[in-house]
Design a protein around this ligand. Structure first.
Ligand code: SAM
Length: 204
């Protein structure tokens, strides 16, 4: 049976972030079973690379590529004084959160530099520029406020192949991703797997 590389899984479990291992393995299985050689996948929202390693290992094993999109300045709840602020992500000289060094170290330790390409910037701007219908898998886990998740969905949904896989994290009633999960159903997606708040949808 094919499995996630055990060293990568260990690194993913130790990386900073909020993705439990059972959801991470759902990312891994969906990418492993759904991707083929030279397929492209995007994750929107990488933080320190926890989800990136789960997806990246599956992409590596399949010969696919993962573009990992984040401005690495953190979401509102990650800022200084906010509930999910982590002082280890703070770059004092510029008074900013900077998760890029931690993300990059994790990708290097995981041996994923040839598979995972970091794209640093605003997810809506990058999504608007991305080629339509070019992605086999799209994982959205960026800003969680309703307007931001909606902006990510609107920008990135057209980049997905007609029968590609859309993965949404933190789909819980009352939060932004839940609104987008409902919107996706209106747009013809249906759910094929779920692990807690992680939902996997497709239109095929
Ligand atoms: C919930 S965290 C991602 C967690 C990550 N998937 C994991 O497994 O640990 C959300 C991330 O989205 C990023 N983000 C928020 N708004 C963004 C935007 N407009 N453009 C790019 N990245 C954004 C933040 O910097 C943060 O790292």
């Amino acid at each position: 049976m094919v499995e996630m590389d055990s060293a990568c899984r260990h690194l993913a479990m130790r990386a900073k972030g909020w993705m439990p291992d059972d959801q991470g393995m759902m990312l891994w299985r969906t990418a492993y079973n759904g991707l083929d050689v030279d397929d492209l996948a995007v994750e929107v929202g990488a933080y320190c690379g926890k989800s990136t390693i789960y997806l990246g290992d599956a992409c590596r094993q399949r010969g696919a590529r993962l573009y990992s999109v984040d401005h690495h300045r953190g979401s509102p709840e990650h800022q200084k004084g906010q509930p999910f602020f982590d002082p280890e992500t703070y770059f004092e000289p510029l008074d900013v959160v900077d998760t890029l060094p931690s993300w990059r170290a994790n990708i290097t330790y995981a041996g994923l530099e040839d598979t995972v390409i970091g794209v640093v910037g605003d997810s809506k701007i990058i999504g608007d520029d991305w080629a339509e219908g070019s992605l086999r898998l799209l994982f959205i886990d960026g800003g969680h406020e309703s307007a931001q998740v909606k902006a990510d969905y609107d920008a990135w949904m057209p980049t997905l192949e007609a029968d590609g896989f859309l993965l949404l994290h933190d789909v819980d009633p009352g939060v932004g991703p839940y609104e987008v999960w409902k919107q996706a159903h209106n747009d013809g997606f249906h759910e094929i797997f779920a692990q807690g708040s992680l939902k996997v949808l497709t239109r095929s």
